[in-house]
Design a binder for this molecule. Structure first.
Ligand code: SF4
Length: 255
């Protein structure tokens, strides 16, 4: 599913309640530094683009929408950056976050700002700093070992190994949420399974090093571009969550 607007919704989100979506990716295209086998936007078109919506367009679209919502007395819990790919790829991501904070304070001061990111753009200092300014910087970490990371997330940037991403996530000093999708199956004749004992232990070690304030666990929810992938039952996610809770880190399961 691809969004054709910069601002969409509000939609009812399992995680975040009434959520106004922000898509910083060009309309009806998918741009991402990952090409995850389970991505609900389908396979990645390109890892970069030169046709992002301008900062001004984003600000105006958001202001118009917030104004309309206020007039209609609509409820909003969060403004969520997600959409057709990786939001932090926008060249003005940091400035857009500042505009969003200003508009949120003006129209819906009690709403949170959430960014769903794949964690690959944290070497860019302005992105890292902007993520520290939002309420819910929710960062992806889907594997414990480098091999499973490569099979699941299929990153375009060589430098962004799982270890490099882990080290960058540690730089938030606990001020982050980690989200992980658990799945198994195969793609391109390679086995995919981040639910084995070995994988879960390696992933839990990384979570312990990162020490986020919360970990969100999910199974596959919608149709995936790779066909041979399986849903992970809630009972298994609960066992994995218990491991993390034993480390003193909160968890939530969205099945
Ligand atoms: S990081 Fe998100 S948008 Fe990018 S390929 Fe993975 S699931 Fe899709």
């Amino acid at each position: 599913m691809l969004f054709d607007k910069t601002v969409f919704g509000p939609i009812r989100s399992r995680r975040f309640g009434a959520s106004l979506g922000m898509n910083l990716i060009p309309a009806a295209k998918k741009i991402c530094t990952f090409d995850c086998v389970y991505c609900e936007c389908g396979w990645t078109d390109k890892p970069e683009s030169d046709s992002f919506p301008t900062r001004k367009d984003v600000r105006e679209a958001l202001e118009t929408k917030l104004h309309e919502m206020l007039q209609r007395d609509e409820k909003m819990d969060t403004i969520t950056f997600a959409g057709n790919g990786e939001p932090t790829l926008h060249p003005d991501f940091s400035e857009i976050i500042d505009d969003t904070i200003t508009l949120r304070n003006q129209f819906f001061p009690n709403a949170a700002i959430t960014v769903l990111s794949n964690s690959t753009m944290l070497d860019k200092e302005s992105v890292f700093e902007a993520l520290k300014r939002v309420d819910n910087n929710t960062m992806k970490l889907d594997a414990g070992t480098e091999i499973m990371y490569r099979r699941i997330n299929r990153c375009y940037i060589k430098k962004q190994t799982l270890e490099h991403i882990t080290e960058n996530l540690m730089r938030f000093e606990g001020n982050l949420i980690v989200q992980t999708l658990f799945l198994r199956g195969s793609y391109d004749r390679e086995k995919i399974d981040n639910t084995t004992k070995e994988e879960v232990n390696a992933w839990a070690e990384r979570i312990q090093r990162i020490a986020p304030r919360k970990v969100l666990l999910y199974p596959i929810d919608r149709a995936t571009p790779a066909e041979d992938l399986e849903y992970t039952p809630k009972t298994e996610l609960e066992k994995i969550a218990q491991k993390i809770e034993a480390l003193g880190i909160k968890t939530a399961i969205y099945d």
